[in-house]
Write a protein that binds this ligand. Structure first.
Ligand code: H2B
Length: 93
């Protein structure tokens, strides 16, 4: 079970463009084409399955919002930060 991070630790470790929203970290990615967003969501889902740590994924017409929290711990942990970093790597690949 990962430890819940303090707001200061979250601030220090959050990848650029990500933000804390209460007990979640969030980032919205913009896409020119709806299906590119859908494909990105699929890739995020595959990362989530490989990490066994699952975000909320909201697919809109021209953007995809990713929200991460550690449900079992009841807050933001290193698992969420790690997922954000993996998603960033995938998006920038
Ligand atoms: C039952 C519980 O949801 C599972 O053990 C795993 C799966 N994926 C998960 N994903 C997230 N975001 N938080 C969890 O605590 C978590 N737990």
């Amino acid at each position: 079970m990962a430890d819940i991070l303090s707001d200061e630790e979250i601030e220090a470790q959050l990848p650029a463009e990500w933000a804390q929203d209460d007990d979640e970290i969030v980032r919205t990615y913009e896409f020119d084409d709806y299906l590119r967003g859908v494909n990105f969501a699929q890739m995020v889902g595959e990362i989530a399955e490989s990490q066994f740590h699952h975000p909320e994924i909201i697919i809109r017409y021209s953007e995809v919002e990713i929200r991460l929290t550690s449900h079992e711990e009841g807050g933001i942990t290193d698992d969420d930060i790690e997922m954000a970093e993996l998603i960033e790597s995938e998006r920038n690949a």
